[in-house]
Design a protein around this ligand. Structure first.
Ligand SMILES: *[C@@H]1O[C@H](CO)[C@@H](O)[C@H](O)[C@H]1NC(C)=O
Ligand SMILES: *[C@@H]1O[C@H](CO)[C@@H](O)[C@H](O)[C@H]1NC(C)=O
Ligand SMILES: *[C@@H]1O[C@H](CO)[C@@H](O)[C@H](O)[C@H]1NC(C)=O
Length: 211
């Protein structure tokens, strides 16, 4: 079938329309409502068990019902007495997101249930994905556990800060999204924060977009 043939163009239009219904705004980075079930295998756990005292756990799953599909991160934080502890998942970025310079942030709708109110997005530079020895870039966000409603989360790149082992690295260069190689979702005990959290929670997400 020729790439310019009518059936091909209708097929392309159909795919674009299908995807766009789940787009909040901007370019879709991950669309869990239409992705292949194998997408779940692309997410790997990065939790505090990389260190000896770690006891937390996170799992990324695709929830597939008769009427919808979405991504869910399940997490359990078992912190140290000082609040240290984290649980998360990450995935390498897809290649087909165009020029990175044209985006100014990340947006998605999410719902949290359970005991974990504070979450973060973690952006890892390409050269740190396999062996993280430097810092990564993080932005925290709270969700309302009482409403059971999906909330819009908007995270400008300019508000990401560099952290190493959860601690701010004040003199690190600003995030350059062109250098980002992996996207992570994480929840944490709050060792360096004015709040502490522990226990279990879930984070439901339909799709993640760049704007
Ligand atoms: C859409 O993008 C704008 C930034 O251009 C952002 O402020 C807003 O929260 C986004 N809206 C939704 C529904 O995600
Ligand atoms: C990870 O990177 C550090 C610093 O560049 C290096 O010393 C270490 O050998 C690397 N580890 C692995 C497993 O590649
Ligand atoms: C961001 O990184 C890209 C590719 O590494 C580079 O071309 C660009 O100049 C960088 N932007 C800034 C503001 O440093």
């Amino acid at each position: 079938m020729s790439l310019s043939s009518l059936p091909y163009r209708l097929l392309t239009l159909g795919i674009v329309l299908c995807i766009s219904t789940s787009v909040i705004n901007g370019t879709v980075l991950f669309d869990f409502t239409t992705c292949d079930p194998s997408e779940a295998d692309s997410w790997t756990e990065i939790s505090d068990t990389v260190r000896k005292p770690g006891m937390s756990k996170a799992v990324f799953a695709l929830q597939r019902t008769r009427v919808f599909q979405r991504g869910v991160m399940f997490a359990m934080i078992n912190p140290q007495p000082n609040g240290a502890g984290f649980a998360g998942v990450q995935r390498t970025l897809p290649d087909d997101i165009g020029s990175r310079d044209s985006y100014t942030g990340i947006t998605f709708k999410a719902r949290a249930q359970g005991q974990l109110k504070y979450w973060k997005v973690v952006l890892v530079d390409s050269d740190q994905v396999a062996n993280r020895t430097r810092y990564d870039y993080e932005q925290k966000f709270p969700l309302d556990l009482s409403t059971r409603k999906f909330e819009v989360v908007t995270l400008p790149f300019s508000d990401f800060k560099a952290y190493r082992r959860g601690k701010l690295v004040p003199d690190a260069p600003a995030l350059n999204f062109s250098d980002t190689g992996a996207f992570g979702l994480q929840t944490f005990g709050g060792v360096y924060d004015g709040y502490k959290q522990q226990g279990s929670g879930s984070l439901e997400i339909d799709s993640v977009s760049l704007y």
